[in-house]
Design a protein around this ligand. Structure first.
Ligand SMILES: Cc1cc2nc3c(=O)[nH]c(=O)nc-3n(C[C@H](O)[C@H](O)[C@H](O)COP(=O)(O)OP(=O)(O)OC[C@H]3O[C@@H](n4cnc5c(N)ncnc54)[C@H](O)[C@@H]3O)c2cc1C
Length: 470
């Protein structure tokens, strides 16, 4: 039987926290305390009672032991870029800010592996391994500010997942702290490991609800030497969406295949003061191919162009120069920020089998028209993963309140009816938890709740997430 949680801290708990953390405890009014009340999810704000910024596994363990004993909620936090509210302290208590766990402990060139702490910024890690000719592909568009730990907790993807897989495909082992303070080590440094249940992969994608990750063993691969980018324009969203599956059917696997509708491109152009080539097209596909043979890449690029033309492309542009490719990548990576700055919004992370992408984008537009809501779609089309942003825009508050939830529900029902699900890479967290039963059946939900109960019988770790309220 779960006991009630205490979102505010007693003087006794505060004294104990000070003893564990010394000066690395932030209280209301101190420093950048208020930053910890938000992430990048809509306009949600939840203030914690305290922010702990540990720098050792022992400190994490001591904080969790104390919190378990005193029934205080603890919410782990990485870079705070989450889009499902996973790092929000929705029941108060302690934020465990993991930013001081920021060491790349070792890069093992012999085995193509690295040992890292979870607070390392993803892009910093990628650039460090690239200096050695190695590649860590998971590349959320937020890679300049998100943490590897947050990426593990959400099983983050990104554009390159289409060829190289998502975060889970690179995690070999973990050190983590259970809610009662016990330290566990899962997996290891081998590429194969079937000794018992796969606890490593259970923790990846568990959204900080089962354990706090304190050390990670990652797999790396050799860095491809060459890349080319194609920007392909289309006269309709559906023809762009239909071209996606056709490219794979033609036997080509791009290293990125992104879909952008015109309003997404416009938003990025306006925010960055730069122009996308073909920016007036109704929709564009941003396609990258990579490898080590110039000839093979040229063949792949022309095969993609030929398929796109058969699917009705109105223009194909090739970027081969490093600077040009960097420019279009920056525009693409800037879309998320730009769309969010337009108005109040909700971002839905729908994913369907690739061949159902045209039906998804058509259905989303129909649903949004029915509710009078503006939508902007873009995302990792090669994975069938479309980020549907619905914007408050010119709707008055009452209409937005009335229609937003119904529109989101209809969009999720559509994705599920097309063989898809309600989140491909952003997680369920706080923002999507009421919709989880649309995608997960009662028996599976019961198993998930039972797993949570085994790891966290007191329910102190990241409460109020993933599971719909009873
Ligand atoms: C502009 C923009 C673009 C984005 N693009 C992408 C994209 O392309 N692909 C993608 O997948 N996501 C994307 N995201 C979403 C987000 O960046 C990812 O979900 C990212 O993985 C979150 O990492 P973070 O460090 O910011 O985690 P946070 O937001 O701080 O936390 C996310 C979750 O991780 C948990 N957590 C954090 N650290 C730990 C730890 N050490 N142990 C246990 N749990 C922990 C938290 O409790 C929370 O539940 C984007 C976000 C933005 C704002």
């Amino acid at each position: 039987m779960t006991r009630a949680l205490h979102g505010t801290l007693t003087p006794r708990v505060l004294t104990a926290l000070r003893e564990i953390l010394g000066g690395d405890l932030l209280l209301p009014g101190g420093g950048d305390f208020e930053r910890y009340a938000k992430d990048e999810t809509e306009d949600l704000v939840f203030l914690p009672a305290a922010v702990a910024r540990p720098s050792s596994t022992e400190q994490v363990s001591a904080v969790l032991r104390l919190a378990s004993r005193e029934q205080v909620p603890v919410t782990p936090r990485g870079g705070g870029t989450g889009l499902s509210g996973g790092a929000l302290p929705v029941q108060g208590g302690i934020i465990l800010g993991m930013e001081r766990f920021n060491r790349i402990i070792a890069i093992d060139r012999g085995n193509l592996q690295a040992t890292v702490e979870p607070g390392v910024i993803t892009q910093v890690f990628q650039e460090e391994v690239e200096k050695l000719g190695l590649f860590y592909p998971p590349d959320p568009a937020s890679r300049g500010s998100c943490h590897l730990g947050g990426n593990l907790a959400e099983c983050a993807g990104g554009p390159r997942a289409v060829k190289y897989g998502v975060t889970k495909d690179y995690v070999l082992g973990l050190e983590a702290v259970l809610p009662d303070g016990e330290v566990i080590r899962t997996g290891g440094r081998t590429l194969k490991n079937v000794a018992g249940y796969n606890l490593t992969q259970l923790l990846v994608g568990s959204e900080g609800t089962l354990a706090v990750i304190t050390k990670v063993q990652l797999r790396l691969i050799p860095l491809p030497r060459l890349r080319k980018v194609l920007l392909i324009s289309f006269g309709s969203l559906e023809s762009a969406a239909a071209a996606v599956a056709a490219v794979f059917q033609a036997g080509v696997t791009p290293s990125a295949m992104e879909f952008m509708e015109r309003s997404a491109v416009r938003a990025a152009e306006e925010r960055q003061g730069k122009r996308f080539p073909n920016g007036d097209a109704e929709a564009q596909l941003f396609v990258e191919v990579d490898g080590n043979s110039e000839e093979a890449l040229a063949e792949e690029a022309s095969a993609i162009a030929a398929v796109a033309e058969r699917c009705g492309a109105t223009g194909v542009l090739l970027a081969e120069e490093r600077q040009k490719m960097a420019d279009v990548w920056n525009l693409r990576r800037g879309i998320g920020e730009a769309v969010k700055s337009i108005s109040a919004y909700k971002e839905e992370d729908t994913v369907v089998p690739r061949t159902n992408l045209p039906a998804l984008v058509r259905g989303v537009k129909e649903i949004c028209a029915r509710f009078g809501i503006t939508s902007i779609c873009y995302g990792h089309a090669g994975d069938g993963n479309v980020h549907v942003n619905i914007l408050k825009d010119r709707l008055d508050d009452a209409a937005w309140e009335r229609n937003a939830d119904a529109a989101v529900r209809a969009i999720f029902e559509l994705a599920v009816s097309l063989g898809g699900t309600i989140s491909g890479e952003h997680g369920i967290g706080y923002a999507q938890k009421s919709y989880l039963p649309l995608a997960v059946g009662p028996a599976e939900l019961r198993l998930m709740r039972a797993i949570k109960q085994v790891f966290d019988p007191g329910g102190i770790l990241n409460p109020g997430k993933i599971f719909p309220d009873a």
